[in-house]
Design a protein around this ligand. Structure first.
Ligand code: BGC
Length: 734
């Protein structure tokens, strides 16, 4: 969908004030005027000045003026606020060549107003919501003078043990591609550029342990892990961050195959490749560089144009050039990339055409009502309703006494989530307070007991929590992973509720009172022992600044859940990594077949499949129909189906389209997502939903990385999640 349509949808859905926005320019293309200007400038720079452009530094609210005056920086990161950005900008422009700095920061899910964590944004299955989150994030950041987001993270992952799954779009390459494109477009519309990270394969870390080795075949790499990056580049992203991990034995920071063969040669990428944090130095620990100097040589020669945080390019690169270890041409090329991106982003434009950083006005761009409303809207859309026994939710006629149990209900940090940027605790409406104030007009009294701290390391408070629960008619338990148990370097070996939380839930359940469970989490978890104890589960991936208000909207039925799982929810840790697009095997699973692919102690299916999520109403998705049974290689398959709201409330249904290549030269996944759409329907309303899949999308890569679509029969499944059996087939001919 082109940007114009996304934005129309954004503004329609949330009634945000219209702003004038250009059509997405798509992939960045070479501009002869810029190329000439870059070449001229590079030709006039000293070696030291060139090296300076290849350094990303900063990382503290107060920048070091000397580094800027010395021309020792190309990108300045994490500078505090507009005042210091304006000062650093003026300083950089006042020295020889007046080369402006790029200002960057990790705005993973917002700047001051936090949206849900990215996995929660992906869970909306809603492109307009993805654009909204990125757009408002960039508006806040760009008003402070920031040019470049160190995101989105596009690492696919099928392994919930890996803590960083929460920073990315989940397990599926198609959803991840849409997330990539919409996020890049939204950031640009809000005034910021994107960094696609981490290139590549980082989410496939063995044992789900962060930074661990990754081993991927060329076909898997190209079918699954690369496409989101390609989609981001096609949407116009000009910066890529290399990954920490080794891929097939070679660290991302020294990987010529991924950075040169694929990114530059195959894809023609002419933007900046930066290292991850201190990753140049880490080449020594990886055991591929004898010392820091050799690490610099390896990284530069593998195509890493910019060194983040290690400071080693500044220390060693000039002498490596003088000693003939690194050709000047390679340095010139890297600097040209940095300057090209700065020019394309308008940093070299004359003052009257440039964005003005106004420190006095900048704070007014933060935490604006429309931004908070957008965060609330996206948070609502990203919550997944996993069960709702006896339609206990929404609380249309709330009971007289509700007990809220769990420290997270009253902890702003857990609402906001990891990578909190400049989020402020005092701007977070807490779930507990929202429930209290909004249930009061119904005559409902809300009591509260934490039970334990957010990680639940002690059972001391359990008796008091049980007492509070006993005196209520309904329990709203708020449990899950505290924010610091999610994101970087937070791998887990157990995927149940952490520490003593399950025990707390069991004790609450023993009171016999119905439990509505709200989970704040950073990953899919094992809910085997949780489901039988609860009547309803609302699942959220750190819902952000407005999460408490959004969850209350859903609990009270002022909005209806429509989020979908962007990762399969396993039954047991032993199933992980797990994804819906498994291959059939030579012995496909069959109930009762003892020699089929299976576990002797567990089913092979997930507890909740990819794409799953309930609503407060019911829908039927009719049989899919293909416009034509036979299509050519260059054509598009048009699939439509009738969706009906058969319940009594209005709601949104997600229609998902999966394809299975029945017979091919390689074994193909049982199904692969190729399209999705959200439909809003009133009770009794029906609508025909049409999805289009270009036949060119139906192929795969062979062992040598060549892509092809093989003619033959394809099955297409259309339904509300990845386990639907609602299908039709068509044939692709040469
Ligand atoms: C993370 C990156 C991040 C960088 C800068 C690293 O540790 O892996 O995702 O952009 O830090 O904060």
């Amino acid at each position: 969908m082109p940007l114009r349509h996304h934005l129309a949808a954004v503004f329609l859905l949330a009634a945000f004030p219209a702003v004038s926005l250009a059509e997405s320019p798509g992939r960045a293309v070479a501009d002869p005027a810029i190329e000439a200007r870059v070449a001229d400038l590079v030709g006039r720079m000293s070696l030291e000045e060139k090296v300076g452009q290849m350094v990303l530094g900063g990382w503290s609210p107060e920048f070091d003026e000397k580094e800027i005056v010395d021309g020792a920086l190309g990108i300045l990161s994490n500078t505090g606020e507009a005042g210091s950005v304006a000062k650093a900008d003026a300083r950089a422009r006042s020295v020889r060549h007046s080369i402006p700095l790029l200002f960057s920061r990790d705005l993973i899910h917002g700047y001051r107003t936090l949206f849900p964590m990215p996995l929660g944004i992906a869970a909306t299955f809603d492109e307009a919501a993805m654009v909204t989150a990125a757009l408002f994030t960039a508006r806040e950041g760009s008003a402070q003078g920031l040019d470049l987001n160190l995101g989105p993270m596009l690492d696919l992952s099928r392994d919930a043990r890996w803590g960083r799954v929460v920073e990315g779009p989940g397990e599926d390459p198609f959803l991840a591609r849409r997330f990539a494109a919409t996020t890049v477009e939204g950031l640009r519309a809000g005034g910021m550029a994107a960094t696609l990270k981490h290139f590549v394969g980082y989410g496939a870390a063995e044992s789900g342990r962060d930074y661990n080795a990754v081993d991927l075949s060329e076909s898997r790499l190209r079918d699954l892990y690369l496409p989101p990056f390609k989609a981001g580049i096609e949407a116009g992203a000009q910066v890529v961050m290399a990954a920490f991990n080794t891929l097939n034995g070679v660290p991302g920071t020294a990987n010529r195959h991924t950075l040169i063969d694929i990114l530059r040669k195959d894809w023609g990428f002419d933007g900046i490749v930066m290292s991850d944090w201190d990753a140049v130095r880490e080449l020594v620990a990886h055991g591929v560089a004898a010392d820091e100097r050799e690490a610099v040589e390896k990284a530069v020669m593998a195509g890493v144009d910019m060194d983040m945080a290690s400071g080693l390019y500044g220390e060693h690169l000039a002498s490596l050039v003088r000693d003939g270890r690194v050709p000047m041409a390679r340095v010139d090329e890297a600097v040209a990339r940095v300057l090209r991106v700065k020019m394309r982003l308008g940093l070299f434009d004359p003052p009257e055409k440039r964005r003005r950083i106004d420190p006095a006005m900048a704070p007014q761009a933060l935490a604006r009502p429309e931004t908070r409303e957008a965060a609330r809207d996206v948070a609502r859309r990203g919550v997944v309703l996993l069960e709702n026994e006896g339609a206990i939710l929404p609380l249309v006629r709330p009971p007289k006494r509700v007990a809220v149990i769990g420290a997270m209900a009253a902890d702003a940090g857990d609402h906001m989530g990891a990578w909190g940027a400049l989020g402020r605790r005092e701007e977070v409406p807490l779930l507990l307070d929202e429930l209290r104030s909004r249930l009061a007009p119904h005559g409902t009294k809300v009591t509260f007991a934490a039970g334990c701290d957010d990680a639940c390391r002690s059972t001391e408070g359990f008796d008091a929590a049980v007492k509070t629960a006993k005196s209520a008619d309904l329990i709203i338990a708020v449990l899950g992973e505290p924010w610091w148990m999610t994101a970087e370097s937070t791998s887990r070996t157990r995927l149940g509720l952490p520490n003593h939380q399950q025990e707390l839930l069991d004790r609450l359940a023993a009171t016999g009172k119905p439990i509505v469970l709200v989970v704040f989490a950073g990953r899919p978890m094992v809910l085997r022992d949780v489901v039988p104890k609860t009547r309803a589960i609302l699942w959220t991936y750190s819902p952000g600044t407005m999460g408490g208000a959004a969850l209350t909207d859903l609990i009270l039925g002022e909005a209806t859940p429509s989020g979908r799982l962007p990762m399969s929810m396993p039954r047991a840790v032993g199933q992980v990594p797990i994804s819906y697009d498994r291959l059939p095997t030579g012995r496909p699973w069959k109930p009762g077949d003892e020699l089929a692919t299976r576990y002797v102690d567990e089913e092979i299916t997930p507890l909740f499949p990819f794409g799953f999520g309930l609503s407060y109403t019911r829908f039927t998705v009719g049989p899919p129909e293909v416009a034509r049974d036979v299509v050519g290689l260059g054509e598009t398959v048009t699939v439509s189906t009738m969706v009906t709201n058969t319940g009594t409330r209005k709601g949104r249904e997600s229609v998902q389209l999966y394809v299975h290549d029945v017979l091919a030269s390689r074994s193909r996944p049982r199904r692969e997502l190729k399209g999705f759409a959200m439909v809003d329907l009133a009770p009794g309303e029906s609508r025909r939903v049409t999805l289009e899949v270009p036949v060119a999308e139906l192929g795969f890569h062979d062992d040598r990385g060549h892509y092809r679509v093989e003619p033959g029969r394809f099955e297409v499944f259309v339904g509300p999640h990845s386990d639907t059996e609602n299908k039709v087939s068509f044939t692709v001919v040469e």
